[in-house]
Design a protein around this ligand. Structure first.
Ligand code: PLP
Length: 283
């Protein structure tokens, strides 16, 4: 692959960042992942808006304008002949001798982007659904900032895999916050879509925002409120959303099948409608 590092496009084996980079030493960095279908970027303006917010919350310097960042995305797609997959983007506070105090103003951020290929849109998970476990949410209190502190979600996902399952939903004060790398939803027996309201306790998913719009267009009722694991286990359907998974059904929670244990019709409609709407606006 050709990757982008601080202004240059280089083969991945030649890409270099300092061992003193604060992204490495302090997870002092934010990121975005944008989906690519048919060579086009899905929800790009949303990802840029969230990046700006993450940067501002951590007082990280901007690595460039939205137009410049779009140009880098397009150049990477072209150089890697990528038509289906993702582009990962990361901004770190740059290189400085190890110190909890930030380096002086003017220290350039590190800016890295790379592509990841996706073989199929309709993956096994999308068709058959995910089996999730629940784990306590032990992350920090500002999950609305998309930082690269992903150790706990990674451990949680490994715990799910070690038990033969696909992913984990995290639980705080008795209610589900979100998945390890996705937002979590249920469909109640009366057909209402329920997902946690935005706050500091979850990431403000770009796919979530798109799904809310699509649900409105399909005249589906959405409630933004917390739900318990027991309510989820008694739901008619469950699903997750992310730039990586789009809308993916959840068919089992802690060993309990959801509905009839197969992906539900509302989830399937939302997935199709999301992909159609996102592709229509892709750039
Ligand atoms: N929640 C968490 C913790 C995530 O890591 C992600 C995506 O990486 C999401 C939700 C979904 O966000 P998006 O739809 O913007 O990909």
């Amino acid at each position: 692959r050709i990757v982008y590092v601080n202004g240059t496009y280089v083969p991945e084996a030649e890409a270099k960042l300092s061992v003193f980079d604060r992204g490495l030493l302090f997870a002092d960095a934010v990121y975005e992942v944008t989906a690519v279908i048919d060579g086009k970027l899905l929800d790009f303006p949303g990802h840029m808006a969230r990046l700006r917010r993450s940067l501002a919350e951590l007082r990280l310097p901007s690595p460039g304008s939205d137009q410049e960042i779009l140009a880098i995305h397009r150049e990477l797609l072209a150089r890697n002949a990528l038509t289906q997959g993702h582009i990962y983007l990361m901004v770190t506070r740059g290189e400085a001798d190890r110190d909890f105090v930030w380096p002086k103003d003017g220290t350039p951020p590190s800016f890295v982007l790379f592509t990841q290929k996706r073989d199929a849109i309709e993956t096994r998970e999308a068709v058959e659904g995910l089996r999730v476990i629940t784990v306590p949410d032990l992350r920090w209190g500002r999950r609305d900032i998309k930082t690269v502190q992903l150790l706990y979600p990674s451990l949680a996902k490994m715990e799910a895999k070690s038990r033969g399952k696909d992913d984990a939903w995290m639980v705080e004060d008795g209610t589900v916050t979100e998945g390890t790398s996705n937002n979590a939803y249920i469909v109640t027996q009366d057909g209402t879509i329920v997902t946690r309201a935005l706050g500091h306790d979850i990431l403000h998913g770009i796919t979530r925002a798109a799904i809310m719009k699509v649900a409105g267009e399909l005249a589906l009722h959405v409630e933004e409120r917390p739900f318990t694991v027991a309510e989820a286990q008694g739901a008619r359907e469950a699903f997750i959303t992310s730039a990586g998974a789009f809308v993916t059904p959840v068919v089992e929670i802690d060993g309990t099948p959801i509905g009839d244990g197969r992906p539900g019709p509302i989830t399937r409609r939302l997935r199709a409608a999301y992909l159609e709407a996102a592709l229509a606006q892709a750039i």
